[in-house]
Design a protein around this ligand. Sequence first.
Ligand SMILES: *[C@@H]1O[C@H](CO)[C@@H](O)[C@H](O)[C@H]1NC(C)=O
Ligand SMILES: *[C@@H]1O[C@H](CO)[C@@H](O)[C@H](O)[C@H]1NC(C)=O
Ligand SMILES: *[C@@H]1O[C@H](CO)[C@@H](O)[C@H](O)[C@H]1NC(C)=O
Ligand SMILES: CC(=O)N[C@H]1CO[C@H](CO)[C@@H](O)[C@@H]1O
Length: 452
Amino acid sequence: MRSSIVFLVALWVATTGGAAGSSPLNVRNIPHRRRLFRRALPSGWSQQSACLSDLASPNRLLSTSSLNSKLTPSSCVATCNSQGYIYAAVQYGDECWCGNSLNTAGGAGATLPASSCNLSCPGDTSLTCGGVYALTLFSKSSSPSPSPAPNTTSPYTLAQSYAGQTFFDNFSFFTAPDPTGGKVAYQSKTAALSQNLAYVQPDGIAVMKVDNTTSLGPGANRNSVRITSNAAFDTGLMIFDIVNMPFGCSVWPALWSVGNHWPSEGEIDIIEGVNLNKFNQMTFHTGADTTCSTSNLGSNDFTGSSLMSKTCASSQGADSGCGFQDKSTESYGAGFNAVGGGVFALEISSAGSKICAFIYFSARATVADITSKNPVPANWGPPNALMSSTDSCQMSDVIKNQRIFDITLCGGWANDAFTQTCPNKGTCVDQIANPSNFADAYWKVQSVLVYQ
Ligand SMILES: *[C@@H]1O[C@H](CO)[C@@H](O)[C@H](O)[C@H]1NC(C)=O
Ligand SMILES: *[C@@H]1O[C@H](CO)[C@@H](O)[C@H](O)[C@H]1NC(C)=O
Ligand SMILES: *[C@@H]1O[C@H](CO)[C@@H](O)[C@H](O)[C@H]1NC(C)=O
Ligand SMILES: CC(=O)N[C@H]1CO[C@H](CO)[C@@H](O)[C@@H]1O
C-alpha cells in the first residue's frame, strides 16, 4: 500500500494453444537417385544437411576424424554417438567426422549443391558418403529424453475458507483514519452492512464498495470499507478468486497482506493500482534486512516487469519495496472486470532460512488444479512477481501476514498520479463530492482460500 511508483507499460497478448505449424521438410538438397542411408540412425539422430563445404585444417568444420574402409552414413553416426558426440559427418567416401560444435570460423559449413556430395560409400556403394571437401551432416537433438510427467499431488491442504454467506465472519472492519491519507471514512461492520457497503449476494459472492449514492460537501470524506482477516499466516498458499475490482478516477484499491508491525513483519501487495491504471502492480516489502532483494532473479523467473527498486527492505520514507508490474491489461481495473476477473495466488514458503514468495495471476479462464482445490504451484509456470531470497535474507522478515482488502480514495499515490492517469478531471479531491464517480468502485469476491 505504500509503494508509489508507476512505470513502463507493455502490451501482452495471451497465448492460447493454437495448432503448432509443422515445418515442411526441406527436400531441396536431398539427392534424388541415391539414398543416403539404409539402416536406421541411432535414436535421436537425424540428417541436418545434405551437403556442406569443409576446409583444410585448422578450419575443419568438425574436430575428430577416422577412416573406415566399410563406411556408411549409419556406421559413422553410430561411431560418433558411441563416443558421446552430437555431430557426425561423412566425407571423401571413407572419412567419418565427429564433433560437439561446428567450427565455421574460417567459412566452412556453407551449403553446397547436393550433387557435390557424390562419392559412394565403401560399405554400400548404393549410398553417398560426401565428396571432396564436402560433407553430409547429421546431428543429435538436444533433448531426446521425454520430460517426466508433472506431479499432480498438491503439497497443500485447505486450512481456511472465506466464502459464501459467512464470508465476513472471520474479518474485522477497520475504522481508524486511513493511514495512507485517503479521503475515506472506513465504516464499522454494522454501519457497512446497514448502508449496503458490505454484503453477500444470494449467489454467495461477497461485495465491498464505496458509497456511490451520497453527494458530499467539499473536502468531506466518502464512506468506504477496509477489512482485515482475524487469522494471520506465516507461510502458505492464499488463493483469491475475484470477480470484480474497484477502479476509477481517485480510487485506490488494494488486496494486500501485512504483519502486525510495519515494516519489520513485512507487507505483500497482491493487487494494487490507482485511478485508471491498466496494469496491476505487485510489491514485496520486508523488514530492515537489506539482503532481501530481487536483484538475484533471472529475467525468465517471472512474467511481469520488474520495477526500478530491487531492495525489498522498507522503512518510512523509503518504501518502494520490490515492485513488479503485470504485462496484461486483464490484470487490473476495467480490463480485469471485462473478463470476469480472475484468480490471484500468493505463496509464501521457506527453505531453511531462505524465503520465497510469489504472486501468480490467471485471468478468468481458470487453472484446473485451482478450480479442483488441488493446487500444485510447481506446475503453473513462472509467477508474475517473485521474491526469492539469498541465504542471508531471513524468513522472519516477512511473517505474520494478515489479509486486507480496502478501497481508499485519493491519498498519497492516487493524488500523486492523478493528473497523469486521469487528465482534465481537476484534482483527485474534487472527485470525492460526486457519488456518480464511484459507480465502478466495488469488489466482488467469490472466495479466499488459505492452504497450508
Ligand atoms: C562430384 O562433384 C564434384 C563437385 O561438384 C564435381 O567436380 C565432380 O565432377 C562430381 N563427380 C561426379 C562423378 O559427378
Ligand atoms: C508429489 O508431490 C507431493 C506433494 O508435494 C509429494 O508428497 C510427493 O512425494 C511427490 N511425488 C513424487 C513422485 O515426487
Ligand atoms: C452504485 O453502484 C452499484 C454497483 O455496486 C450500481 O449497481 C449502482 O447503479 C450505482 N448507483 C449509482 C447511483 O451510481
Ligand atoms: C479461524 C477463525 O477465526 N475461524 C472462525 C471463523 O468464523 C466462524 C464463525 O462463522 C468461527 O466458528 C470460526 O472459529
